[in-house]
Design a protein around this ligand. Structure first.
Ligand code: PLP
Length: 406
């Protein structure tokens, strides 16, 4: 039985006040709060166990290396990867997608080759592909969402041509909450020999993930949304794709031998991890994933589904609130604007006065904003510690906005 009060007690920040009101943290889509287990692990790592990894032979270096390296296995378990060597550790999704762009795509794609994207991608899954468009003449092909904010997997597959070299698609929209059937997209794409990169930044946070079952080629995650430290993350890379990648960044750790005239590489995945990594961030990330697995991602998903249903019911009662996206398979993320033309920033400022933290702006998803015909929305994004009572606080605060701005 999932006891949300017990879960909340694990997150010290949730007991604080903001502007004289109890904090109602609904900005999880941007970054999630950290449980004590993660905070304690970071303190312990810096206070008693800190050293650089991989290079030393002394006790602390071995200890730090062991703790750091064990996270690779934790991530593999969390994602359902068969082998921990399919996991490249990094600083988060943005680095992960850039690595795929530089390491895998740039050496392989030529002018006229095509990459398929959905219109609801985050800029982190758009801009690295624009580099290829600008520098190499690669063509970006966009697939729209329908009026509910759903992405039809068949529409993605219909966009494939003999020139298609990659599909890069989110598993869950950070704006609309729409869930995408990435497994069907992978199955269909592979029939044409097209690899698929799945942006799991949001999808991995709200439900169990099994990359082996999805059968994607690349799956990127970011630690700070998974209740871990910022500056941590990983990419799952299918072994066949890993063999096709060339190193993106050069430096220490990723080499075997360096001479004046030549260099040889370490084995993958180390070949793709140059320099001193985010040691403590990654250790904290591992603890966050252990925390999630102990809670059970099925339980997290069920809790958030209840929140989504309750929030949908309460928010749809506000007939002056325009909720963007109405997918039957969405997660607990709500983007909205208000009749009366109050700007999203004004709404979020009023909510903040009531202790409610939401995000306002384009959410790093400008092509989606253009598709929706808005410049900005307010976004309430729920996490594993939110409650139905907090939905009520949000609704009361929105009613106040309506009174002020209508
Ligand atoms: N992709 C999606 C769907 C996101 O929501 C985000 C963050 O908001 C990112 C990518 C980028 O993640 P990061 O800033 O941690 O690299």
């Amino acid at each position: 039985m999932y006891d949300v009060d017990n879960v909340r007690a694990d997150f010290p920040i949730l007991s604080r006040e903001v502007n004289g009101k109890p904090l109602v943290y609904l900005d999880n889509g941007a970054s999630a709060q950290k449980p004590s287990a993660v905070i304690d692990a970071i303190t312990q790592a810096y206070a008693m166990e800190y050293s650089n990894v991989h290079r030393g032979l002394h006790y602390l270096s071995n200890l730090a290396t062991e703790k750091y390296e064990s996270v690779r296995g934790t991530i593999a378990r969390f994602l359902g990867a068969r082998d921990e060597n399919e996991i490249i550790l990094n600083s988060g999704t943005t680095e992960g997608i850039n690595m795929v762009a530089y390491s895998w795509a740039m050496p392989r794609l030529q002018a006229g080759d095509e990459i398929i994207l959905s219109v609801m991608e985050h800029h982190a899954n758009i801009v690295p592909w624009h580099f290829l468009r600008e520098r190499q003449g690669v063509v970006l092909k966009w697939v729209d969402v329908d009026a509910n904010g759903d992405l039809d997997p068949q529409a993605v597959l219909d966009a494939i041509t003999p020139k298609t070299k990659l599909i890069a698609i989110t598993q869950m929209s950070n704006v609309l909450g729409t869930l995408v059937d990435v497994k069907s997209i992978c199955a269909g794409a592979h029939e044409h020999g097209v690899p698929v990169l799945v942006d799991g930044s949001q999808g991995s946070v709200h439900a169990p993930v099994d990359v082996t079952d999805i059968d994607c080629d690349f799956y990127v995650i970011t630690g700070h949304k998974l209740y871990g430290p910022s500056g941590s993350g990983a990419i799952y890379v299918k072994q066949a794709r890993m063999a096709e990648m060339r190193p993106f960044m050069g430096g220490g750790d990723m080499i075997r031998d360096v001479t004046r005239d030549a260099v040889t590489w370490n084995d993958p995945p180390m070949k793709f991890e140059a320099g001193t990594p985010g040691i403590v961030q990654t250790i904290g990330f591992g603890v966050a994933l252990e925390y999630l697995m102990a809670l059970g991602m099925d339980n997290v998903a069920a809790h958030e589904a209840r929140l989504r249903d309750y929030a949908t019911q309460r928010l749809s009662g506000l007939n002056w609130l325009n909720i963007q996206g109405n997918s039957a398979t969405k997660g607990a993320i709500f983007s909205f604007t208000l009749d009366g033309a109050a700007h999203a920033h004004d709404i979020s400022t009023v909510l903040d006065k009531k202790g409610v933290a939401v995000r306002a702006g384009h959410h790093c998803a400008q092509p989606l904003m253009q598709h929706l015909g808005v410049t900005a929305t307010c976004r309430a994004s729920f996490g594993l510690y939110n409650t139905e009572a907090e939905v009520d606080v949000l609704v009361d605060a929105l009613n106040l906005c309506h009174d002020l701005f209508a």
